[in-house]
Structures are given as structure tokens and as C-alpha cells.
Design a protein around this ligand. Structure first.
Ligand SMILES: [Fe+2]
Length: 389
């Protein structure tokens, strides 16, 4: 038995087809009245947001405004603009329609909208405002709902949000219970127009969550159950969803559920490396994870029998069994990444060799480093980045 762990999953998740028209009906039950919709220009261009807006008003709620200015790689200034726009619009709740960047922007914008101040003031793990001088119940933020348009980040059911802090060139992360959205709507219609490369990259993010969550020092039986089922669903649906796209509603729906299951607060060095590469070079998060995952698996699995056994469980899902499980599983994942049409090397993603020292520093400073099953030092990261180049 583990000495201690804590597990919470308070987000109400609804899954099915043709749910977008019920957005207002469902969000009303979470206390929303005047909804501020947050999205990006590309998603708005697909017509999806209009259908969601119709669903909001059908349920008797009002659309207070739409903010469609979230970039691929969102940041502190975007979040501040979004919160100010919601105030200006007289909104009382937030609805994110988008991928990880949109959802994370919305979560932090909601926190600023509710509590004021800057994102940096709430940065960290369990540091959002609480009753009784910070010791009591965390203060709620305005009702928040998410409709994910990628099957990857799982942010629609997580208590964390990550954005870029432009000045510091690092990722700023807030993780606390109030950031669990109250409602997540998983409808494959929302991923219908997702381009194949984005479906591939975000799917690899979900896979990384499942693998890292399973081997992390924070792993626990509650999360294990989710990770393993997520891996089974990713095994059966990721390639199908990427290849068949619009045609395969079932595979897209299953991937939305898999990503939602895979999310965890216990990550590891893949995320540490990817956060650093993302902050310095804007490499999309899922692409960076796809590149780093095999290297970290190979490294970690050599860190002792107990760690290797965890990877053996992961290998079992993919029918990979070998005395050198790290090597075999890494090779299996590299092949999958290549079949998905994603880069397998950092140099293909625009990362130069002379950046390694800065990347190492970023990875060492990332909170997920502490959750990796094998203790990591600067030389370890240096070797991993060089191997991934
Ligand atoms: Fe991730």
C-alpha cells in the first residue's frame, strides 16, 4: 500500500453524439447564466462555435461575448486580455471551445476574472486563494465548462493549466482544485475538422499522460486504472482517428474519452523536457512529447527492476514483451510516432544543438522532474536531449 495519495475527479463529464445543442441545458445546471465563450480563430472559422452558441441560447442562457483570440501557444498577456473582456461583457461563467491552449487560457482567465491580480500570484501547486487565511476551503471560480476540440490534453478534466510567461521564457503552471472544470462535453462532432497532424500530436500527448501517469512517483491504483484503460483505447483508436479523420466518428469519440481518462497530475521527465522545448522554440506540446517519450522510457527503465516492471505493464497493452522492456517499448513507440507522420527528432522540429544547455536548465527547473520515477540530473537531461536531436 502507498504511504499516502490523494485523488479527485470532480468534473461532470458527459459523452455522446449530438450533445452540442444541449450545451446551455447542461451548463445551466452548473450555475451559468451569461456565458463568455473562449476559442481561437481557426475553430471559429469551422462554424463549430456558432453551433455551440445556438446550443447555449437554446438552453435559456445568454452568450455574453466571444473571445476568439487565443494563439496556439497562449500566454500571460492573452489570459489578462481574456479576463478583462469577460468583465467588460458582464459575463458570469466561461465556456472553452478548443484544444489545450484554449482550455488552459480559459481556466486561468476565469481565476483572474474571479480573484483579480495576475496569473503569477496564483502560480504553483495548491496556491489559489482559500478561506481562513489560505488554510480552508479553496474559493470557487466562476462556473467553467469545456468542449475539447482535440483528443489530447485532457485539460477539460484536470486541475492544472499551463501557459507561457513571455518575460521569463518559461511555462507558468497553476494547479489547484478550483481549476477542475464543472462540466466537460465530449462529442466527436467537436473534433470532426481536426487536421491529421494535430490529431496525431495531441493523441501522443494523451499517450504520454497515460504512460507517465502510470510510472510516475505519484502513481496510485485510482490513476493506474485510468491510465491502462486509456492506453487500450489509444492503442485501438489513435491511428484510426488520424487516418480516417472525419469519416470515423467512433474512433474520434473513443480518443476523446481516452484523453479524458489519461489526464493526471503525476507526470514526469517527458513533460519536463517538452515544457522546456515549448517555452524556448514553440514546438507543439504533443510533437515534443512524441519525440521525447521513447528516450525517457529507455532511460527510466534502466533505473531499476521496479520501474522496469511498470513499463512491462504498459508493454503488455501493446503486446510488447522483452527482457529489455525499455528498449523494446521505446522502439515500438518510435515506430508508432513515425507511422503517425510526426517528427521523431528535435532537429526536425527546429531545435538547434547549441540550445541544449538552456533546455537542460528548463527541464531541471520544471516541477514534473520531481515526479519522474528515476531521479534526474543535468547530465541525464543533457544525454537525453542529445539523443533526441
Ligand atoms: Fe501533456
Amino acid at each position: 500500500m502507498k504511504d499516502f495519495y490523494q485523488y479527485a475527479s470532480p468534473t461532470r463529464v458527459i459523452v455522446g453524439r449530438d450533445l452540442l445543442g444541449s450545451t446551455g441545458f447542461e451548463f445551466k445546471k452548473e450555475g451559468a447564466r451569461r456565458v463568455f465563450v473562449v476559442t481561437d480563430g481557426i475553430i471559429r472559422g469551422t462554424g463549430l462555435v456558432e453551433r455551440v452558441e445556438a446550443g447555449v441560447t437554446d438552453g435559456g442562457l445568454e452568450v455574453a461575448g466571444v473571445f476568439d483570440d487565443v494563439p496556439q501557444d497562449s500566454s500571460t498577456d492573452v489570459v489578462e486580455r481574456c479576463a478583462a473582456a469577460a468583465k467588460e461583457a458582464g459575463a458570469d461563467s466561461f465556456l472553452a471551445v478548443g484544444g489545450g491552449s484554449v482550455m488552459d487560457t480559459t481556466k486561468i482567465a476565469d481565476a483572474l476574472f474571479t480573484h483579480g491580480g495576475s496569473a503569477r500570484e496564483q502560480e504553483g501547486f495548491l496556491l489559489m486563494p482559500r478561506e481562513e487565511d489560505g488554510m480552508g476551503r479553496p474559493l470557487d471560480i466562476a462556473p467553467l465548462a469545456c468542449i475539447p476540440t482535440t483528443a489530447g490534453t485532457g485539460s477539460e478534466a484536470s486541475m492544472a493549466a499551463v501557459i507561457k510567461d513571455h518575460e521569463a521564457k518559461v511555462k507558468l503552471e497553476i494547479a489547484d482544485f478550483p481549476l477542475f472544470p464543472r462540466l466537460a462535453i465530449l462529442d466527436p462532432d467537436a473534433t470532426r475538422t481536426l487536421p491529421a497532424p494535430v490529431a496525431a500530436a495531441t493523441g501522443m500527448d494523451a499517450m504520454t499522460h497515460a504512460v507517465e501517469g502510470y510510472v510516475s512517483t505519484e502513481s496510485n491504483p485510482h490513476q493506474d486504472a485510468r491510465s491502462i484503460q486509456a492506453l487500450r483505447m489509444i492503442r485501438d483508436n489513435l491511428e484510426r482517428a488520424v487516418e480516417n479523420g472525419e469519416e470515423d466518428e467512433d474512433a474520434r469519440g473513443e480518443m476523446l474519452v481516452a484523453a479524458n481518462l489519461a489526464i493526471t497530475i503525476g507526470l514526469g521527465s517527458v513533460h519536463a523536457m517538452s515544457h522546456s522545448v515549448g517555452a524556448h522554440f514553440g514546438v507543439p506540446h504533443g510533437v515534443a512529447n512524441a519525440i521525447h517519450l521513447p528516450h525517457v522510457i529507455r532511460h527510466n527503465a534502466r533505473g531499476g527492476a521496479e520501474i522496469a516492471d511498470r513499463y512491462r505493464d504498459v508493454g503488455e497493452v501493446f503486446d510488447v514483451d522483452d527482457p529489455d522492456i525499455g528498449e523494446a517499448l521505446a522502439a515500438h513507440i518510435t515506430e508508432l510516432v513515425a507511422r503517425l507522420g510526426l517528427p521523431t527528432r528535435l532537429s526536425q522540429a527546429g531545435v538547434p544543438e547549441d540550445a541544449v544547455p538552456d533546455l537542460v536548465e528548463g527541464a531541471m527547473g520544471d516541477g514534473t522532474t520531481l515526479l519522474n520515477p528515476r531521479e534526474m540530473g543535468e547530465e541525464d537531461y543533457e544525454a537525453l536531449y542529445r539523443a533526441a536531436l
